[in-house]
Design a protein around this ligand. Sequence first.
Ligand SMILES: Nc1nc2c(ncn2[C@@H]2O[C@H](COP(=O)(O)OP(=O)(O)OP(=O)(O)O)[C@@H](O)[C@H]2O)c(=O)[nH]1
Ligand SMILES: [Mg+2]
Length: 336
Amino acid sequence: MNEGKKCLGCGVVLQDQNILQEGYTTSLENDICQRCFRMKNYGEYQVVTKSNEEYLKILESVGKTKDLVLYVTDLLNLDRDIKKIRTMIPNKMILVLNKKDILPKSVKTEKLIQYLQDQNISFDEIIVISANKNYNIDYLLKRIKHYQTSKNVYVVGHTNAGKSSLINKLIQNYSDSTQQLTMSYLPSTTLNTVHIAINDHLNLIDTPGLVEVGSILNYLDPDMVKKISPKKEIKPITYQLRKNQSIVIEDLVRIDYVEGERNSFTVFVSNNLKVKRFLNSTNRSDLKDLNKITYSVKYDEDLVIHGLGFIKIVNKGVIDVYIDQKVETFLRKSLI
Ligand SMILES: Nc1nc2c(ncn2[C@@H]2O[C@H](COP(=O)(O)OP(=O)(O)OP(=O)(O)O)[C@@H](O)[C@H]2O)c(=O)[nH]1
Ligand SMILES: [Mg+2]
C-alpha cells in the first residue's frame, strides 16, 4: 500500500483500490477516508477491530522522544492500571482526567486528583477536564506550555477516553485550523497518529487508543454502546439492599447481595440504562446463565464493570456478579 497521504480524521493511509479495506476513499484527492466521512456527515458508525500491537509500537516510539505526553483517561472508566503506560514511557507526562461532566457536580476536582495521587505514580501534574463541556481546557493549555520540551506534544490513552475530542477542543479554541479529528462513541476511532499544528509552537499528535479486552464496549452492538455511553451528568441511584436482594442493569449484569448486613449500593452508569432491584432474588433466575464471580467487599469499595461504570458499596459483604465472562470486573477503593 502507498505510504502517502493520510486521512485527516483518523490517520489511516488513504487508498482508492479496495472498498473493504481500511483507508478507502473514492478519490485520493479527498482529505478523509470514507469511514470518517460517513461518521462525520451521516453519523453512520463502522466498527473497526484493532490489535494493540501497533499501539504498543506507537507508544514505544513516543517513549524514544523527549516530548511531553498527555495521558488521557476518562473518569467513568479510569484505567485499572494507570502505571502501565507511565512505566512504558519515561517522558514528561500530564495525567488528564477527562469527562468530569458525567460525574455528579458534587464530586470535587481536588478529591479526584487526591485519589490518583494516593496511587503514588509519578506524573508532572494531574488535571481534571471535560473536553465536551470545555472545562479547564485553558488551564490545561497553560500547563502544556509550561511542561513542553519541544513543539510536539503526544496525546495517548485507552480508546474512547476522549483524546480526539480534547484535541478538537484545543483546535477550536486556539487555532485557525478547520481540521476536525473524527470522534465516536465506538472503540478504535483513531487508526494512526495524526499531527495537528495548533500554532507555530505547538504541534499535537493524536494516537489510536489502547483497546482494553476486558471492556464491555467490545462486546455490545453499536446501539447499545451508544446507550451505555453517558452524555450527561450521571444521576446515581442508591439502593439499600438486604441479603438475598439484587440489582440488575439492563440484561448486562446482575449483582446478588449474598452475605452481610443491610448495605448501600450506589449505581453510577448512564442514565439511559434501566436498573432494577429484586426484593427476593432467590426465586429469580434472570441472567444466572452468565458467568458468576464472587467478591468479598470490604468497607467503602467500588465494583467496577469495565466500560459500563461502577457501583459504590458502603459496607462489607459478599456479592455474586453475573456477567459475560469476557467483561472484566474488579473492586477498588471507592472513587467518590
Ligand atoms: N460526556 C463526555 N463525553 C466525552 C468527553 N470527551 C469525549 N467524550 C465522548 O467520548 C467518546 C470518545 O471520544 P473520542 O474523542 O473519539 O475518543 P478517543 O480517545 O479519541 O478514542 P479512540 O480514537 O478510539 O482512541 C465520544 O462519544 C465523545 O463524545 C467529555 O468531556 N464528556
Ligand atoms: Mg481518537
